[in-house]
Design a protein around this ligand. Structure first.
Ligand code: PEP
Length: 242
């Protein structure tokens, strides 16, 4: 069975004392073998969690530049030196607040790939697009443009914008249908199958329903990943699909 990928996206919502508390409470032995757990901390805290057992490290973002005079930026090479196996790009918070285009997201994804880090490209539609009935074609185009120039299939995180941090998760049926559309779009572009994660108001109560869907290869979890017990329970709910 291919392990499900479950990523904790801590965003900028945690301080150093809370990171310590998370590590004290984290019990790697409780993560099922058919789950790969990843933690995406603020970059400053990568060194604090580098020795964590039972979870790999994920970057929250990366510079589109290779190196040089780019004050405040963090390169893919630096992330690889901190053992990040994966890196998020194109989170809707960045697409919206920093006007990140598909082209920029693709450039960042290529930088990660070139440094041996698997890009996790976040995509998702607004409420207006969902209501218009065009969500699947809009997201399929976003996926293809954001994966432009990659050699290997990235991981995709489908995160409907209206579901992020709203407490209103998509239904597993909506996610299942969108994941099939994303996989179909990428099957023409890459030889290998693409993993597609669901994100948006995932919590301990609904994680098992998402993980039970064949087309959902894992989860990207924001608010509910900040506490070790809650994130562990979400990882453990993979058992609910057996
Ligand atoms: C996210 O922003 O990646 C996310 C999934 O957030 P939340 O789980 O808090 O909706």
């Amino acid at each position: 069975m291919i392990p499900k990928l479950v990523i904790a996206n801590w965003k900028m919502a945690i301080d150093r004392a809370s990171v310590s508390q998370f590590l004290n409470e984290w019990e790697a032995s409780h993560i099922p073998s058919d789950v790969t757990a990843l933690i995406a901390p603020p970059a400053l805290f990568l060194s604090d969690i580098k020795d964590i057992t039972g979870a790999a490290l994920c970057a929250q973002d990366v510079s589109a530049h290779e190196l040089g005079a780019h004050t405040g930026e963090i390169s893919a090479q630096m992330l690889s030196e901190f053992n990040c196996s994966h890196g998020l790009v194109g989170h809707s918070e960045r697409r919206l607040a920093w006007n990140e285009s598909n082209a920029l997201v693709a450039a960042k994804a290529r930088r990660l790939e070139a440094s041996g880090i698997c890009p996790v490209i976040c995509v998702g539609e607004s409420k207006d697009v969902r209501d218009s009935g065009d969500a699947e074609s809009v997201v399929a185009k976003q996926v293809l443009a954001s994966a432009e120039g990659l050699v290997s299939a990235p991981v995709i995180a489908y995160e409907p914008i209206w579901a992020i941090g709203s407490g209103e998760a998509a239904t597993p049926k909506i996610a299942d249908s969108m994941h099939a559309a994303i996989k179909a779009a990428l099957s023409a572009r890459f030889d290998e199958p693409t993993s597609v994660l669901y994100g948006g108001s995932v919590n301990e109560a609904n994680a098992g329903d998402f993980l039970a869907c064949e087309s959902i290869d894992g989860l990207l979890v924001g608010g509910a990943s900040l506490k070790a017990a809650s994130f562990t329970n979400i990882c453990q709910s993979v058992g609910d699909r057996r």
